[in-house]
Design a protein around this ligand. Structure first.
Ligand code: 8ID
Ligand code: ZN
Length: 361
């Protein structure tokens, strides 16, 4: 299939989404051009649009960092990756290859001060579906060395959310050092990261306390995702006590995975985690702080270990769990025309599982 010169994209400019035509980039040294088939909608893209973090995001900026697609052309120095290979384009899309997760400089889908940048068309590109139909396809550049290799036989739509949400929660669960049979609390359990975290936790042999708001999320957690307990933060009068009571000995969970987009849980988790337990902050709510009592923290020998996406090895491992059929989290396919609707649900904390953009729609 011929690669067009121009493509339509939805670009964040001045805190709003705009449809505009941008050039289809040409791969340089070490880069491949990926035809994105599906792209998951992560709350991170919504934070970026809102300018939620302590620095201004790149402007213009193109969202999307859970892209699953096919390599359609490649630059020099890309041995080992061929046209037609199925790959995933991730949040960290360009690394120096000396460090693992946090390398400087690197290019991800956002402007992180001093450590990276993205250029229009260089991160995952989400285009207007009606225009995408005319264009027929969708393209973005990726560093050949950092693309994820999607194993044969994977459903390309279902695998897209693994490329950020899946990798991140898998790495977070490893960081918690919870052992099979132990209990992990997942806070924000009904959202994109949370629903995948429940599935990875079950696959790793952990007991799961799912915490989120509303009956639908409870039903999904208990009936579809295998949670042992669901705690509705909208109904609970004493979250700390309810979480502790959800463990057989009342001492609380061994690990807490914080993937909520509101700050409160980041102030509570140290109170209900078990002595010697580990709190793993992952979510990035604006103006949030992690809180812990020094006295009780010391006596409990509390561990707080923040976690940020994952390495290439974490990626391969997280995809392997998926390829073995162990991870089945709910997702809904939509066209890019509905992106704003997804953001509206995110704003209200009402996303159930993950929304995935179907680029052919
Ligand atoms: O590498 C990283 N650290 C990383 C990677 C990817 C994403 C961090 N993130 C961050 C995102 O930027 C975002 O801040 O993780 C967070 C979760 O992303 P998401 O899963 O894509 O968001 P979502 O689908 O909107 O889910 C958020 C859930 O939090 C619940 C909501 O109901 C929703 O289900 N929630 C809220 I808001 N307040 C809660 C509370 N008090 C809560 N759940 C429990 N208790
Ligand atoms: Zn993400």
């Amino acid at each position: 299939m011929a690669i067009p010169e121009l493509q339509w994209a939805q670009v964040n400019e001045g805190g709003r989404l705009h449809f505009k035509q941008i050039p289809v980039p040409k791969p340089g040294k070490g880069e491949v051009l990926v035809n994105i088939l599906y792209s998951g909608v992560c709350h991170t893209d919504f934070h970026a649009l809102n300018g939620d973090w302590p620095f201004p995001p790149n402007d213009p900026l193109i969202g999307g960092h859970e892209g699953a697609g096919v390599v359609v052309s490649k630059g020099e120095l890309t041995e080992g990756i061929e046209i037609g290979d199925k790959v995933g384009v991730k949040w960290i899309n360009n690394i120096c290859l000396k460090e693992t997760t946090y390398c400087v400089p690197r290019r991800n889908s956002l402007a992180i001060p001093r450590t990276g940048h993205s250029s229009v068309g260089a991160s995952s590109v989400l285009s207007d579906p009606s225009l995408a139909n005319r264009m027929g396809t969708e393209y973005c550049l990726a560093q050949a060395a950092t693309v994820a290799r999607i194993p044969d036989g994977c459903n390309m739509a279902a695998v897209a959310p693994i490329l950020c949400a899946g990798i991140t929660v898998y790495k977070g669960l490893k960081t918690s050092e919870c052992k099979p049979g132990q209990t992990v609390a997942i806070v924000g359990a009904g959202g994109g990261l949370g629903s995948l975290a429940q599935q990875y936790a079950k696959a790793m042999g952990l007991r799961v306390i799912a915490i989120d708001g509303g009956e639908e999320k409870g039903k999904m957690s208990l009936e579809e995702l295998g949670a042992d307990t669901y705690i509705d933060f909208l109904k609970s009068k004493d979250i700390v006590n309810d979480v502790k009571k959800a463990t057989a000995d009342g001492l609380g969970p061994h690990g807490v995975i914080l993937v909520s987009t509101s700050p409160k849980p980041f102030e509570q988790a140290s109170e209900y985690v078990r002595p010697n337990g580990t709190v793993v902050p992952i979510g990035l709510p604006p103006d949030a702080n992690i809180k812990a009592s020094v006295f009780w923290g010391v006596l409990k020998m509390l561990r707080i270990k923040c976690s940020y996406v994952g390495t290439r090895r974490d990626t391969a491992e997280a995809l392997d769990f998926f390829a073995r059929g162990l991870i089945k989290a709910p997702y809904k396919l939509i066209g890019l025309g509905q992106l704003q609707e997804v953001y509206a649900l995110m704003e209200k904390g009402q996303v159930l599982g993950r929304y995935v953009l179907d680029m052919s729609k």
